[in-house]
Write a protein that binds this ligand. Structure first.
Ligand SMILES: NC(=O)c1ccc[n+]([C@@H]2O[C@H](COP(=O)([O-])OP(=O)(O)OC[C@H]3O[C@@H](n4cnc5c(N)ncnc54)[C@H](O)[C@@H]3O)[C@@H](O)[C@H]2O)c1
Length: 251
């Protein structure tokens, strides 16, 4: 129980890594505000936490809107009195196109959620945390470091998450707010369903990991819970890879 008495907001909590982390945080004793653009799946996450005896509420958010993220943080602080942990995790994949043919709207859609959404989460959470301190965790990706074809907007947005993590950590240190990130490899969640439906492609991507398998969302949730906890008090200003070595070898 490493997160007792902690209030945590998690975006993208209706599925995959966000849902697994919401459940993990609740098991560690946190009060969880599970937020997602999809109310049905977000409510399902809350129901499964409550079934286990954990504390959670749902709040709708569209992380591509600052007003929406600000309202989410206000909901958490008004309801629970404070905010200790912000997990800026909601994300989308872009539709694959060569960069020459990438629709400008698709670029903006991806960057709005993955990059601007993380900035909004950092700004709103830091306002709420600046008196007492806290931890902000951002979800990047191995695609912040290695390029794949047809994913230009996703690469751009996740690369930005890495630098936003460093920049915010530097400026927010004076408020005792740590800012860190996690960079997952291939994780078996909704965002990669199209890849999974293509058995050959899925095998190829799995082989890009040292033990040739996709990760499970719980394996990222474990890392995020550690980063959020007092076991990680000297970790700040970095994004930590959780990728079975995928970004560390030539294939
Ligand atoms: N699965 C992977 O292989 C992988 C690898 C690296 C990084 N990531 C990142 O992990 C994060 C979580 O993704 P996941 O793998 O759990 O995928 P997922 O699709 O299972 O979950 C993403 C969640 O974000 C929500 N969401 C999407 N747009 C939103 C918005 N505008 N506002 C609020 N919520 C929104 C979705 O409704 C969904 O519940 C993303 O940032 C993703 O880029 C995933």
């Amino acid at each position: 129980m490493r997160l007792v008495d902690q209030v945590a907001v998690i975006t993208g909590a209706g599925s995959g890594i966000g849902r697994a982390t919401a459940k993990k945080f609740a098991r560690e004793g946190a009060t969880v505000v599970a937020a997602d653009i999809n109310a049905d799946t977000g409510e399902e996450t809350v129901a499964s936490i409550q079934e286990e005896g954990g504390e959670a509420t749902f709040q709708t958010v569209d992380t591509s809107s600052y007003e929406s993220v600000e309202a989410l943080v206000a909901h958490a602080t008004e309801r629970h009195g404070r905010l200790d942990i912000m997990f800026n995790n909601a994300g989308v994949a872009n539709q694959p196109y060569p960069v020459l043919k990438m629709p400008v709207e698709e670029y903006h859609r991806t960057v709005s959620v993955n990059q601007h959404g993380v900035f909004y989460g950092i700004k709103a959470a830091a306002q709420a945390m600046k008196e007492r301190g806290g931890v902000i965790i951002n979800t990047a990706s191995i695609y912040a470091q290695i390029a794949d074809r047809f994913h230009f907007p996703y690469h751009a947005s996740k690369g930005a998450v890495v630098m936003m993590t460093k920049s915010a950590a530097l400026e927010l240190a004076r408020y005792n707010i740590r800012v860190v990130g996690v960079a997952p490899g291939l994780i078996d969640t909704g965002i990669v369903t199209e890849w999974k439906n293509d058995a050959e492609l899925w095998k190829k991507i799995e082989r890009a990991h040292m033990r040739r398998r996709a990760g499970q969302p719980e394996e990222i949730a474990n890392v995020v819970a550690f980063l959020a906890s007092d076991e990680a008090t000297f970790l700040n200003g970095h994004v930590y890879f959780a990728d079975d070595g995928a970004a560390s070898f030539k294939r």
